[in-house]
Design a protein around this ligand. Structure first.
Ligand code: ATP
Ligand code: MG
Length: 424
């Protein structure tokens, strides 16, 4: 089978060594091991994949412990679903789980899990392209298991659910569908498209907890091209089906490419680590919402504090800040700096994306120049020069900053001179 060769060539030798070792150990313990899920799909697409997921027909925890003991790898406590994480310097991380199938007592809830063979394990998955396995057993290393036609769907660039209840059982699969649609440019196969529409119209996602929706939205915002994600979310009206608050005049920024460009520009101009891109994308969900809707959505998604503030800013402060910025020009660097100094980095992205050219230039000058300007003198030094301790020192520092930004003070000597003249 072709994939066998691709598989052997594409993964780094150290990874093969690891996978072979797992396959051998499983064999010795009377189990069978498979590489499963996203990595198989990505190998077949010739793309890099991050996670190594291994499924074991047998006791995964026992296998993982034995492997960890033999190789000195660390093992994390198994999760609720029995997935064990192995970590080592030599190979990074690897997830090992016992093959299982699932039943959903209540649609949208987490499944009941029971152990079974690899075929049932593949059949519980979301899309056929994610339901292929590669054997790791010594006699058949690299052999493809594709009982649901994943390879054919990959060739057709098609997303197909495995059974008609899939979105009902786990509506987060709808958001996963958007993820793969955006990342690979795949489209829903006809039957799946109908089921998807049924899921949207039936509000399936409403049955899922806000935390799980948040987790999926966060993953979507971290995709390599979130603009494509937003296009799909809009086209399929997915968000409106989650919560009516999402029923925004969704796109205040006109189009998602504008935000993409803003992120690129700001990433280049701003100091490294200044901006977390995914959060700028996430805040888009809040654009145009009033305070009441914002709060409702924040509570529902249970957002962490920092993200909450960013989203609130983009919803409630963007317009006002933009109009204040509108009255300023580059001769008012200090005012611009004071105004933008309170804006979260993600908010600057939104400002840049929404603003006309003159405002955009002010933001860039702020990022590359003004925001880095500080007085050379400290408060203590100003006191030593004869200024009385107290609010005057702070005012003096602000005055120095203003004059430095406008270019009227340049060197430390200028600053000393300035303070001396006003001290006493
Ligand atoms: P990515 O490349 O984004 O990590 P992935 O396919 O590896 O995509 P994961 O979330 O890492 O996705 O999950 C690994 C595998 O587990 C999937 O390929 C799929 O087979 C299965 N899976 C994950 N979540 C679900 C779900 N909600 N329903 C069914 N199967 C799922
Ligand atoms: Mg993965």
């Amino acid at each position: 089978m072709k994939i066998g060769q691709t598989f052997r060539k594409t993964l780094p030798p150290a990874t093969h060594e690891l996978l072979r070792a797992i396959g051998m150990l499983s064999h010795d313990m009377g189990y069978r091991a498979y590489l499963v899920g996203g990595i198989v799909r990505d190998l077949m697409l010739g793309r890099e994949s991050v996670d190594l997921d291994v499924a074991i027909e047998g006791d995964a925890e026992h296998l993982a412990r034995t492997f960890a003991r033999k190789t000195g790898a660390r093992m994390r406590q198994p999760t609720r679903f029995g997935t064990c994480k192995l970590l080592s310097k030599a190979f990074g991380t690897l997830d090992i789980a016992t093959t299982r199938s699932e039943t959903y007592s209540v649609p949208g809830a987490l499944p009941e899990v029971y152990s079974s063979g690899i075929l049932e394990d593949l059949a519980r998955r979301d899309f056929t392209i994610n339901a292929m396995a590669l054997s790791l057993s010594p006699g058949s290393y690299g052999r493809l298991l594709d009982p649901l036609g994943g390879e054919a769907d990959l060739k057709r660039s098609s997303l197909r659910v495995i059974h008609a209840q899939s979105f009902r059982d786990d509506p987060t699969r709808m958001l996963r569908g958007i993820r793969f649609g955006a990342r690979y440019g795949f489209t829903f196969e006809r039957g799946t498209a109908l089921l998807f529409r049924e899921g949207v119209e039936g509000g399936f996602l409403k049955r899922v907890s806000g935390e799980r929706v948040f987790t999926e939205l966060k993953i979507l915002c971290r995709e390599p091209e979130p603009a494509r994600v937003f296009d799909l979310l809009r086209r399929h009206r997915v968000l409106e089906s989650v919560d009516a608050a999402f029923m925004l005049n969704l796109w205040k920024l006109k189009d998602s490419r504008r935000l993409e460009r803003a992120i690129d520009v700001l990433d280049e101009s701003a100091p490294t680590g200044f901006l977390e891109e995914w959060r700028a994308w996430f805040a888009v969900f809040f654009l145009g919402l009033d305070r009441r809707k914002c709060n409702r959505l924040i509570r529902y998604l249970n957002l962490p504090k920092e993200l909450r503030e960013i989203c609130l800013w983009s919803a409630l402060e963007l317009k006002r800040t933009l109009s204040r910025l509108h009255g300023l020009d580059s001769s008012r660097g200090y005012r611009v700096t004071k105004l933008l100094g309170t804006v979260p980095a993600e908010g600057l992205v939104h400002l840049y994306a929404a603003g006309p050219r003159r405002e955009r230039n002010l933001i860039l000058t702020y990022l590359t120049d003004w925001m880095h300007i500080r007085p050379a003198l400290t408060g203590g030094q100003i006191v030593d020069l004869g200024v009385a301790r107290g609010p005057r020192v702070g005012r003096m520092l602000e005055a120095i900053l203003r004059l430095k930004i406008s270019g009227k003070l340049r060197t430390k000597a200028d600053e000393l001179d300035y303070v001396r003249r006003r001290a006493g």
